[in-house]
Design a protein around this ligand. Sequence first.
Ligand code: AHR
Length: 324
Amino acid sequence: MRRRFVLGTALSGLVALSAGIAVADTPPLAQKDRYKVGFAQMESNNPWRIAETKSFHDTAESCNWDLIATDAAGSAAKQVADVDSMIAQGIDVLFLPPREEKPLIPAVMKAKAAGIPTFLVDRSVDPNVAKAGEHFVAFLGSDFIDQGKRAAEWLIENFEGEKGVIVELEGTTGSSPANDRKKGFDDRIAEDDRFEIVASQTGDFARDLGRQVMETLLQAHPDVNVVYAHNDEMAIGAIQALELAGRKPGEDVTIVSIDGTRDALQAIIDGKMGVTVDSSPFFGPLACEVMNKYAAGEEIPGWVQVEDRIFTQENAADHIDEAY
Ligand code: AHR
């Protein structure tokens, strides 16, 4: 049995890829009036995560979900245990944003063994071990490599200095967005010999760690004039560190980032940040639509790709009211 995924009008701004079609190997989902749905969040220490969890809660009633939402507080081991607990509670379907690519594979495998269809949301797992259409139904999320590449392309087009000395603040080590945003940016920036990445270190997608790492790297590399952060929280932390050191973000340091949070859009409006590539946390409505199509026996692509916008001086003010 193959399942067909057809774009609905509610999915404007989203693109379904035809590659990697989900086939019969994943557990079926019966059509029911109400579903017991598990959403195993990884942490709630930043606006992006809070907005994503809220999107699932906001969707629950209209999608007929009895939602069990957990918070693993930044621990992959707890996230696996949270999924174990949801399986024991008899969930019909699992939505899982895996904190890291490898440690969450046991959760995916256990859900499949228990006959529970799993959808990965916003982050993915190691594709060499767990596969869409076989171990989980589909990955709903962005093209992180492309996000990094678009950040690099904005920098290449807009940097006015002679030599770009880049500090890169990486996301959570071993997570799919950290791996892919690094690859997308580094590969593209390597094509322009004006730029050099002098340091690349994790800030765990967290504002305060981003600030601390930036403080340390500034001492080792006082000539830095570009910061590429894998998310807005670390970019805001970097701005704080730069200002404390007497630097002028937006004037003597160009900041490029990814997400589209309210604070980042405000920093763009204030002239402190150059660009942030959109990475939407509002997965609830998409999760509802894809789940219902799966239950109806429609074909689901292995990757339901979210299309990302880009925010700059030109449009940040137009979007700040819808930001989180
Ligand atoms: O997986 C998406 C990333 O995770 C977001 O960019 C980041 O802010 C979040 O914690």
